[in-house]
Design a protein around this ligand. Structure first.
Ligand code: FES
Ligand code: FES
Length: 174
C-alpha cells in the first residue's frame, strides 16, 4: 500500500520511506525534522518529543536498523531508508519480546520515555557484538533518560528479554 501525505506546499520535497514495512511518500519542507514528520504528518505519535535536542532519547527510532534520535535528523536525509517506530515492533498481534518484558517487569511509571527506551533496547539486543553485562547495558542505554527513575526495572526488563532471546550468555545480574 502506498500512502502519500502533504505538508508545506511551498518548496516541498518528496521523501520516500519504508515506514514500519509500508512504502510511504511524504511531502516535507526541506528543513522538516523526522520526529515532527512522524508525529504530525504521518500520525505516529508513539515516538515522543522530550528535549528536542538529542539529549533524552524519547524520540528514538530505527533508521536502517540503527537506533537514532529522530529529533536530530532531517526527514530528507531519510530518502529511501527504512524507518521503524514503536508502532512497528509488534507482529501479528503479538508484542515484541522487549515490549512484553517491559510489561512483565513494570518498567515504566508515566510511560513517556518507554517507546524510546524500548527502541534503544531492541537495537541493543539485536547487536550481538555488544556484551550483555549490566555495566555495558547501562552505558549503552545512557542516552535514554527516565524522569520517573524507573531505571532498575528497565534494566531488569532488558536483561530478561536478552535471556529469553539469547539464553544465559548475556549475564543475569540485573
Ligand atoms: S526528543 Fe530527541 S533526544 Fe530528546
Ligand atoms: S517512565 Fe516516566 S519518564 Fe520514564
Amino acid at each position: 500500500m502506498m500512502e502519500t501525505t502533504e505538508h508545506s506546499p511551498e518548496a516541498a520535497v518528496s521523501v520516500h520511506l519504508t515506514l514500519n514495512g509500508v512504502p510511504v511518500t511524504a511531502e516535507v519542507s526541506p528543513n522538516a525534522i523526522l520526529l515532527d514528520v512522524l508525529r504530525e504528518q504521518l500520525g505516529l505519535t508513539g515516538t515522543k518529543k522530550g528535549c528536542d535536542h538529542g539529549q533524552c532519547g524519547a524520540c528514538t527510532v530505527h533508521v536502517e536498523g540503527r537506533a537514532m534520535n529522530a529529533c536530530l535528523r532531517l526527514a530528507v536525509m531519510c530518502e529511501g531508508q527504512a524507518i521503524t517506530t514503536i508502532e512497528g515492533l509488534a507482529e501479528g498481534g503479538r508484542l515484541h519480546p522487549v515490549q512484553q518484558a517491559f510489561l512483565d517487569h513494570d518498567a515504566f511509571q508515566c510511560g513517556y520515555c518507554s517507546p524510546g527506551q524500548i527502541m534503544s533496547a531492541v537495537a541493543l539486543l539485536e547487536d550481538r557484538r555488544v556484551p550483555g553485562d549490566v555495566t555495558t547495558v547501562r552505558e549503552a542505554m545512557s542516552g535514554n533518560l527516565c524522569r520517573c527513575g524507573a531505571y532498575q526495572n528497565i534494566l531488569a526488563a532488558i536483561q530478561d528479554a536478552r535471556l529469553r532471546r539469547h539464553g544465559q550468555e548475556g549475564g543475569d545480574d540485573a
